[in-house]
Design a protein around this ligand. Structure first.
Ligand SMILES: [Cu+2]
Length: 444
């Protein structure tokens, strides 16, 4: 795909057009002087939930990498002692669970809530009201919860978005004579087609057990199992673009300002100036356990990537190629719209596309980087692999080895209209060789 002849505005149109549904009776930004809450409780005879979350909708502010401050709409867990988060807290459930979510709107305009691919999760919430939704968790994968009030991306762009992770019910590969180490995968193997199951099984069984993916039984992917946003082998990257003119409509604690000249045609009016991962960019992405995988060889890391903006991105990672495990069905005409599509042929890629509302799971294998010379550089050097010599400090390259991640859509590497490289740029680190974490822990 080429961008020759297309303006940035054309790209935005392409990126966002499919997300807008015309003819909505109510526009976002309209303020409702509503003093009664609508009836939106889960029926009394509904099945008791196995997992409950209480989310609140409010506002917060952030200072971006160039010092610019903006207001944002935000979610927080009602139990989180007042910490508003953009993106919202990562919610983790297991497939088949009965999940109940209470949404309380602390803002002074109408809001809504829904999770991609889960129709029963949809509700509207009037100011100072609460609504409950209840649904059965769908198949394992990565989902986006967001505010799509009046079928508009406006409130999502302003900060109301987060990730729901569904862990599989049966995601463990089978132990066989040729596969002594069963492996946890992110997907329910029972629900996959034979081709999908074979592809996922093959990759996850290979982890730790081949010349390429080292580590034996310990070289496997370990999922994040608690309610954390991330773990050391599982990250959530939320891509988002910000146009401060839209954020300026948010006055904290006050109803959203009306600006039909802006919000009447969001896709055409939106001019992104900040391109973010988890609400920060550039130098502010140089560290952070939520973003940067800092692991040892043999610690494959799953990155759940979603794009909540209306601009297209093309992330690119140096050092290792990644394995593209799944994507979302983004075709509104498809009966499977919003569902997780597990790959039936797993590509090794170094650049991949992230369309608006795309959700992709990619696996960063933490293999020895193939661009490190296999053999010692000099004939006079002792034999052995160059990487092993680096680990035993016979070579000059120091750990950690740092590899960049940047966006091949060039505009997204800038901030504030041209500050390069302060955009969607971060890195990952190889801390050391195989078994390094154990050695490091032993030394503490
Ligand atoms: Cu590059």
């Amino acid at each position: 795909m080429t961008d020759h002849g297309l303006t940035r505005r054309d790209w935005l149109k392409l990126g966002g057009a499919s997300l807008l549904v015309a003819g909505a009776a109510t526009a976002p930004g309209d303020v409702f002087a509503q003093d009664t809450c609508q009836v939106c409780n889960v029926p009394a005879d509904a099945a008791p939930p196995q997992k409950t979350f209480e989310l609140e909708i409010g506002d917060t502010s952030s200072t971006f990498v160039d010092g610019e401050s903006v207001n944002l709409l935000a979610f927080r867990l009602a139990s989180a002692n007042g910490v508003w988060k953009v993106p919202g807290p990562t919610l983790r459930v297991t497939e088949g669970m009965t999940v109940r979510i209470k949404i309380t709107n602390l803002r002074k305009e109408m809001h809504s809530f829904e999770i991609t691919g889960i129709p029963q999760s949809k509700t509207e919430v009037a100011p100072n009201c609460s609504c409950w939704v209840q649904f059965t968790a769908p198949v394992g994968g990565t989902y986006i919860y967001h505010d799509a009030f009046a079928n508009s991306p406006l409130y999502r762009l302003m900060g109301l978005h987060g990730v729901l992770v569904v862990m599989p019910l049966n995601g463990v590969t089978k132990k066989t004579a040729t596969n002594p180490y069963p492996s946890q995968t992110p997907y329910s193997l029972d629900t996959l087609t034979t081709a999908q199951r074979n592809a996922i099984t093959k990759v996850f069984n290979a982890l730790g057990t081949t010349d390429r993916f080292l580590g034996g039984a310990e070289g496997k992917w370990v999922p994040c199992t608690d309610d954390s946003d991330y773990s050391f082998q599982e990250k959530v990257w939320v891509m988002q673009a910000i146009d401060p003119r839209f954020q300026a409509l948010i006055v904290r604690g006050q109803p959203l300002m009306s600006a039909p000249q802006l919000t009447g045609d969001i896709v055409n009016n939106f001019v992104p100036r900040y391109f973010q991962l988890n609400n920060r960019s550039g130098f502010d992405l140089n560290q952070g356990e939520d973003i940067c995988p800092d692991n040892y060889i043999g610690e494959p890391t799953l990155i759940r990537m979603v794009n909540v903006g209306i601009t297209h991105h093309s992330p690119h990672i140096h050092g290792n190629h990644v394995l593209r495990l799944s994507q979302a069905n983004l075709d509104p005409a498809s009966p499977d719209f919003g569902k997780v599509q597990v790959a039936d042929n797993i590509f090794e890629v170094d650049t991949w596309s992230m369309w608006p509302m795309e959700r992709r799971d990619i696996l960063l294998p933490f293999e020895i980087p193939p661009d490190i010379p296999y053999k010692p550089l000099l004939a006079t050097d002792p034999q052995g692999l160059q990487f092993d010599r680096m680990v035993s400090r016979q070579a000059k390259e120091p750990f950690p080895l740092r590899y960049v991640m940047h966006d091949h859509c060039e505009m997204a590497t800038t901030a504030g209209g041209g500050n390069y490289p302060q955009g969607m740029v971060t890195h990952w680190e190889i801390m050391g060789g195989l078994g390094g974490r154990k050695l490091q822990t032993a030394q503490l």
